[in-house]
Structures are given as C-alpha cells and as structure tokens.
Design a protein around this ligand. Structure first.
Ligand code: LAC
Length: 231
C-alpha cells in the first residue's frame, strides 16, 4: 500500500484565496493592489523559507508568513493596522481548499465501495504544528487527517532531510511514500531525496522546472483515484 503525503499550501489549499480577506482590510485606494500583493506575499513567503534554510536559520512558518506579508505590503507602498494584520494572519488558517480535493475524496470513497484498498493519506507541510492542527480541524474536507511538519527538523522544504523525516514519521520506506504537490520545488526536492512525487498541474501549463522531474503529472487531484493503484 502506498502512503500519499499531500503538500498543504498550494496543493490542498489555495493560497490565493487569502485575497478576499486581504482586500477587505486594505485602504479603499489600495484595494486594486490586493491580487498583486497576494501573489508577491506567497513568493516572498517561499523565498524566506529557502533563504532561512540556506543560511542554517529557522523561524516558524507563521512568523515567516507574517514577515513576508509586511514585505509584500511595503513593496506595494501599503501597510495594515495591527488589528487588520492580525485579522489577515488569522484568515491564513482558513484558506479555501481547491475544488478538486472534494472530488478526489469522492473518488477514493467510490473505489473503496468497489472493494479497492483504502488509501493512506496525510498532510506534509512547512506549516508549524499548531497552525496545521488549527487549519486541518477547520477545513471540512481534510478534517481528521494526520500530518507531518518540517518544524521539528528546523529546516524547510526542499532540504533533503525533510523528506527522509517524512518517511521516518509515517514509518514507511521511501519506495512506499509518494509526495503529491503543486509546488515544483517540493516535487524536485522529494525526487532528489529518493521519494517519488506526483505534480498537480492545475494550470495545464506543463512541467518547466530545469532541476528535475516528477514521476507522475496529473491535472486534477481527482485523477489520483485511478493512479494510486498503479503506483
Ligand atoms: C507547504 C508549502 C510548501 O505546505 O506550501 O509545505
């Protein structure tokens, strides 16, 4: 049996969905900047994790998320009141799941009813433990899922060690774990560490990353239903 380890931000949850809350807290003259701030925020959040790990430093993911929000706002010439900042950060625990998460779960259920093997699944994320607890508890589709965080490693994806840590935590060999991620850097990191990865290409743009390749490419999580039996 294969264990599917799902990346959270950008794979199960849509990080761009924070735009709705952010736009409610920006001054009216800056609301039009909200989508651009949201996109830059995510880019900086990841860049901060890469930089921290490259310089052997660690800050918990909620702090990385807060600092990168401030940077993204400042680069757009904006700021938020402390109350608004707290509200936007709190909303980061309630990001919307992508619509194909429910479709995938329905597919897994259908296959189980037909006598198929139950799929072992969990979340594997940069998110800090209490952040993952809160987010998973508050997200209907993934409520009750177990999770593994990189937090105890003090290193962010795609450090090689975190993929070994994942396998250790789930008690399975590398050959029995598949990372499912929409983030190419995560996919390449897993493959380089000897864990096979499935990339979710929702945009249908095709693989472009020059540093490696996924073992599988799907255009929607729903396709995992059929794929998992062949892994
Ligand atoms: C995560 C980041 C990579 O959930 O989005 O681990």
């Amino acid at each position: 049996m294969i264990t599917l380890a799902f990346d959270l931000y950008g794979t199960l949850l849509d990080t761009s969905s924070i735009n709705t809350v952010l736009s409610q807290h920006l001054p009216s003259s800056s609301v039009f900047l909200s989508p651009s701030i949201t996109t830059l925020w995510r880019q900086l959040q990841l860049e901060y994790t890469f930089r921290l790990t490259a310089s052997s430093r660690y800050l918990p993911f909620p702090e990385v998320t807060r600092l990168s929000l401030l940077d993204a706002l400042a680069r757009h010439g904006c700021s938020l009141t402390p109350e608004s900042q707290a509200a936007v950060m709190s909303a980061y625990s309630q990001l919307s799941p992508f619509p194909d998460v429910a479709a995938m779960l329905a597919k897994f259920e259908e296959l189980k009813q037909q006598g198929g093997e139950e799929v072992q699944r969990l979340v594997f994320s940069n998110g800090a433990p209490e952040q993952l607890e809160r987010t998973i508890r508050g997200t209907e589709q993934i409520k009750g899922w177990s999770w593994v965080s990189v937090h105890q490693m003090g290193k962010y994806k795609p450090a090689r060690e975190v993929y070994g840590w994942l396998c250790e935590q789930v008690g399975r060999g590398k050959e029995d774990v598949v990372l499912v991620s929409g983030n190419p850097f995560d996919v390449v990191g897993a493959e380089m560490a000897g864990v096979r990865a499935c990339w979710v290409d929702r945009g249908g743009k095709g693989w472009t990353d020059g540093l490696g390749r996924p073992t599988w490419i799907i255009s929607s999580l729903e396709e995992l239903g059929e794929l998992v039996g062949k892994m």
